[in-house]
Design a protein around this ligand. Structure first.
Ligand code: SF4
Length: 465
């Protein structure tokens, strides 16, 4: 397992993000966290009615219909880290090739230690395909990622989310009912007839970070899915077919991408689902090129222009790279912006001795810092605040679902926490994904990236043995 280093008692010691949080909360290390509750076991929050978990997403409200995690058996809540490690390794050994464990870049190191592949959501969904004989795919990420893996895996394969409470607050900001209601209002305003060039009034584009229902909506309505790696190519695809785009759920990715393509800000009205016409005027919507859904990532929203200014003062020559889920002012103030894949490749390609200030989730930043000791790499946000939904997956849940797959003399083997997308949603959702895979950057060279998924990273080459 790769872990980072912190200052403790005047010495530099190894520490994962979780270990650092524990030490900070115990007063044994310097630093601050966005919530003291981060140090508690995630099971403390499974029955909670309000937030997504301790940290930056706590203030976001979980939709009523979101899956809830039941009580984790006491044996897993009270087990020591060493005991869980032994149980997970034994279960993995028993299951062998029958199971594949996928770990998202933002997942905590204590879980990444057992992953067969590490990557972003789309890389990992494709990694599942690389193991067609695995009976179970354990997705250590969040709910929409497990849904995408289910869409792309064989029907016989069970996709398992170790903690059902690991949702994504951004994905949940656009639900299918609100999007359908928005669509009806836009159709009433625009009509449905194409213009003289054959372009329909509006094309729906959903970010990968959305429910399968929204991917299915896009498939049914001539729309498409995008990732943070290919958003520009996908928007160009949509502009060839539509007069304007309805982009959900992340306003920042939509705004940052469209702005880079030359779309004026005044032609990007916001759609707030709680307001009539989304809170915009009919005139603004008629003039729109991109209608931005009122969604955001609570983790990437924490990054600020002031943090970048501070980094430049403290580290002259620093290279600032932020994720496109960050607000526009932060992207504008950075040296570069790009997906997690872009960030990891930029660091890998840099000359030794480079200094990076990174604006993305801290587990990935700390892991990159440990992976590339020849560089200085730090997170722009000085406060330790991981993706609190991803953080709900703890080794205790991983041990629980693995041992259930193994079974015992007293308890038959069973699949827990299976994520299944219904056939009526899956078929159109796959259409939207296939359109994305078929899209190509415009011949003019306007696209910024290939739309084929970068290869997932086998864990051995990313985090070491
Ligand atoms: S980092 Fe943000 S967008 Fe990604 S899973 Fe967490 S809440 Fe969702």
């Amino acid at each position: 397992m790769t872990i980072s280093r912190i200052e403790l008692g005047g010495a530099s010691v190894d520490a994962s993000v979780d270990r650092t949080i524990q030490l900070v909360q115990a007063g044994q290390a310097e630093g601050s966290t966005c919530s003291p509750d981060l140090a508690a076991g995630p099971w403390e929050f499974d029955a909670g009615p309000l937030g997504y978990g301790p940290g930056s997403s706590m203030g976001d409200v979980i939709p009523v219909g979101s899956p809830r995690q039941g009580e984790l058996p006491a044996a897993y809540r009270t087990a020591s880290a060493d005991e869980l490690d032994a149980r997970i390794r034994a279960a993995k050994e028993t299951l062998g090739e029958r199971v594949v464990i996928l770990g998202h870049f933002y997942q905590r190191d204590e879980v990444i230690a057992y992953a067969n592949f590490v990557g972003d959501s789309f890389q990992l969904a494709n990694a599942a395909k690389a193991k067609p004989d695995a009976e179970a795919i354990i997705f250590c990420g969040v709910h929409f990622m497990a849904e995408t893996a289910d869409l792309l895996s064989r029907p016989e394969q069970a996709v398992i989310l170790p903690n059902l409470a690991a949702g994504c607050s951004m994905a949940d900001m656009a639900d299918i009912d609100s999007v359908q209601e928005c669509w009806e209002q836009l159709e009433a305003l625009y009509g449905t007839e194409p213009d003289a060039d054959g372009r329909v009034p509006v094309i729906p584009v959903t970010y990968m970070n959305s429910s399968a229902a929204l991917k299915g909506f896009c498939g049914e309505h001539g729309g498409i899915v995008c990732t943070s790696s290919n958003a520009e190519t996908v928007l160009a695809w949509a502009f060839e077919r539509g007069q304007r785009v309805l982009f959900f759920p992340d306003q920042h990715l939509g705004r940052n991408t469209a702005k880079a393509m030359g779309v004026p800000l005044e032609q990007m009205p916001m759609w707030n689902p709680r307001k009539a016409l989304g809170g915009s005027s009919a005139a603004d919507l008629l003039d729109a090129r991109v209608i931005l859904w009122h969604g955001f990532c609570s983790v990437h929203r924490r990054f600020t222009v002031d943090q970048i200014a501070q980094a430049r003062v403290e580290h002259p020559g620093v290279r600032v790279i932020v994720h496109p889920e960050c607000p526009m002012a932060v992207v504008d103030a950075a040296d570069e912006y790009g997906s997690t894949d872009y960030i990891t490749k930029a660091i890998a390609a840099a000359p030794a001795g480079s200094t990076f200030a990174i604006g993305t989730e801290i587990n990935l930043v700390q892991r990159l810092a440990a992976e590339y000791p020849q560089h200085t790499i730090f997170c722009l946000d000085p406060v330790i605040c991981p993706c609190s939904t991803m953080y709900r997956i703890h080794p205790g849940y991983l041990a629980w679902v693995l041992e259930a797959l193994v079974g015992s003399a007293e308890r038959p083997a069973e699949v827990l926490n299976r994520i299944t997308v219904s056939d009526d949603v899956a078929a159109p959702a796959r259409v939207a994904l296939e359109r994305m895979l078929a899209a190509r950057p415009p011949a003019s060279g306007g696209g910024s990236a290939s739309v084929t998924a970068p290869a997932p990273v086998p864990v051995a080459s990313f985090v070491g043995a």
